[in-house]
Every structure is written in structure tokens, then in C-alpha cells.
Design a protein. Structure first.
Length: 148
């Protein structure tokens, strides 16, 4: 499915109000449901985090045969402590997908890695948060894109 402009929403049959994500104001029979959005982004997980969260912070569990295509680390609010670090990986290798050297928690921005890591067994992915000395702020989100 390609990206859809709001004025080009596909026609839908019956829509329950709780299922509507976007509704065309000019034509109440056209809209985009939550189920349609879920199908479009089925291999994507978004998990917010903050400096005080327990570490490692669980992100998602991927089934056997899943390839992690992209990891995006969004730092919305800079970590203000000395030595702050963030890494994404699994229990066997906590920085397998995005190493601490590939991002700077003290600088807001979007950091990305394209590991193409294939998991042969069901595996829990996690964000390792090292707040750093004297940290009192810092937050963002991790977006993991997979290909089942």
C-alpha cells in the first residue's frame, strides 16, 4: 500500500466509530481504520523511553525467522548526565542492533542503524539505558522495523 493523501482515502464499508483513525470530512463513507493502519505497519514497533526507566527496557519480542531491518533512536529531550549512553540489542549482545557509539543521548536528534540482523529463534529486544552521572532529564523513543 502506498502512502495515502488525506483527500484520497480509500472507500470503506461500515465503520465503527471506535475503529476510525481518519475520516474524510466531505464523505463519511471514506476513511482509514485502525486495522488498515496496523496491516500497513505490521512490522513496526514504537516504544517511548525516559532517563529514569528500568534498564534494559523491553522493546518487543521477535519470532524466529524475523529480520530486524531498521532501528531508529529518537532523542527528543537531551540526557544531561555525564556518560549517558543508549544501545539497542538483545540479551546476548545488548548493542547488536544500534551501538552506543552510533548515537549521542546529549544531543536531540534521530539516529538510525540498518542491521539486517536475522533471528533464528524467538528473541526479546531491549534498549539499554545508561543515564550517566547526575542525569535529571532525557527522553525519546525507539522505532524498530522488522520483516517477518
Amino acid at each position: 500500500m502506498s502512502d495515502v493523501e488525506i483527500n484520497q482515502l480509500p472507500a470503506v464499508a461500515a465503520i465503527a466509530a471506535a475503529d476510525v483513525l481518519a475520516l474524510d470530512q466531505a464523505d463519511a463513507t471514506r476513511g482509514l481504520t485502525i486495522a488498515q493502519l496496523d496491516a500497513r505497519y505490521a512490522g513496526t514497533a514504537l516504544v517511548p523511553f525516559a532517563w529514569g526507566d528500568a534498564s534494559p527496557k523491553p522493546l518487543l519480542t521477535v519470532p524466529a525467522g524475523t529480520r530486524v531491518l531498521t532501528v531508529r533512536l529518537i532523542v527528543d529531550s537531551a540526557f544531561d548526565g555525564a556518560g549517558a549512553a543508549l544501545a539497542v540489542g538483545d540479551a546476548g549482545e545488548p548493542d547488536r542492533l544500534l551501538a552506543a557509539a552510533e548515537n549521542d543521548p546529549s544531543t536531540p536528534g534521530i539516529y538510525a542503524a540498518h542491521p539486517a540482523a536475522l533471528y533464528g529463534a524467538e528473541t526479546a529486544l531491549a534498549l539499554t539505558i545508561t543515564s550517566g552521572a547526575g542525569t535529571s532529564q532525557g527522553a525519546g523513543a525507539v522505532i524498530v522495523t522488522t520483516d517477518p
